[in-house]
Design a protein around this ligand. Structure first.
Ligand code: ZN
Length: 313
């Protein structure tokens, strides 16, 4: 590792000089996003950016990638390559003086694939012998207490870890269209825990949770968490109260009908979300359900028959 301190703000300055204002910036992860010049200019013929911010750059690791056109247009690689192509020779020279010394080797680690913890065991694969273990019983009792059935465990490949980094956690994996793992949620099944959720270092902003199970032609439920999504047919969790740009774009292009169901304490967020997505092509296709009291979707076992979906003014 390099021992010299790198002034990342100066690298960010160079990137802003070249690509304009950034869309998102996570300074903890040293990650910043801009409109992709290939998507905007070469593909869409725009003089300015397309407003999507798909070009993600990690200036600590010295790499970049466009989440849309990296495969088709080879839009990924080292920042060196990126600045060489889009910056001036002067900007490139400045960058090479500033950059971390070993960015080429560590760069490969940044966009590594998510893997399930090696201690993960799917409930459907638990042997008779293992069912006698207290750790299994504890995990299984927890999912029963959350109204999760064996069928749901099988459908979503829900499992648990009895040891390791995700010890004492229920794991709900997420898969993409090709059934490759993209993410997982690790929820503690202990009643006393310092950290309720532990999820992998990965960008949940760029995945659709369990995309492999989504039928875009059928009505889609938008919910907060992975634990909500397993109770409804064709539900996408936002993994929080706010929607990522990626999810918005996918819904905008593909959804025929969307119903928002957030937790009862998040009605204001739900209303805001409704108005944000009920626009353009989605106008009139968005519905909303207001849950009463303090019952969430899991408490209701996904039974929304007593709730009427409506559209807002
Ligand atoms: Zn692109």
């Amino acid at each position: 590792m390099s021992t010299t301190e790198v002034d990342y703000s100066l690298i960010l300055d160079i990137l802003e000089d070249i690509f304009g204002d950034y869309k998102n910036h996570n300074d903890y992860r040293c990650q910043v996003s801009f409109d992709c010049p290939v998507c905007s200019h070469e593909i869409k013929g725009l003089d300015d950016g397309d407003g999507k911010g798909n070009l993600e750059i990690n200036y600590k690791y010295g790499v970049y990638k466009c989440w849309v056109c990296s495969e088709t247009h080879d839009t990924h690689g080292s920042i060196h390559k990126l600045i060489k192509k889009y910056g001036t020779p002067r900007q490139l020279k400045k960058y090479l003086l500033l950059k971390p010394e070993d960015d080429d080797t560590i760069g490969k680690r940044v966009y590594k694939k998510v893997r399930l913890p090696k201690e993960y065991i799917a409930f459907k694969d638990v042997s008779m012998g293992m069912k006698l273990l207290p750790t299994y019983k504890q995990a299984y009792n927890y999912i029963k207490s959350r109204n999760i059935t064996d069928e749901m465990c099988a459908k979503f490949n829900i499992g648990y870890c009895a040891s390791g980094q995700y010890e004492n956690r229920i794991i709900i994996p997420s898969y993409d269209k090709d059934n490759d793992i993209t993410y997982f949620v690790g929820r503690s099944y202990l009643s006393k825990t310092k950290r309720k959720y532990m999820n992998p270092e990965a960008q949940k902003e760029i995945i659709i949770f369990n995309e492999n199970l989504i039928d875009w032609n059928k009505p889609i439920y938008l919910v907060e968490g992975a634990f909500d999504s397993i109770f409804l047919d064709n539900a996408i969790p936002m993994l929080g109260k706010f929607m990522s740009q990626k999810l918005f774009d996918e819904l905008y292009e593909n959804a025929k009908k969307i119903t928002i169901v957030l937790d009862p304490d998040a009605w204001d967020d739900a209303e805001k979300l409704y108005h944000r997505i009920n626009c353009g092509k989605l106008m009139g296709k968005v519905w909303i359900i207001k849950l009463e009291g303090n019952k969430d979707i899991a408490d209701l076992k996904g039974d929304l028959t007593n709730y009427k979906e409506k559209q807002l003014d």
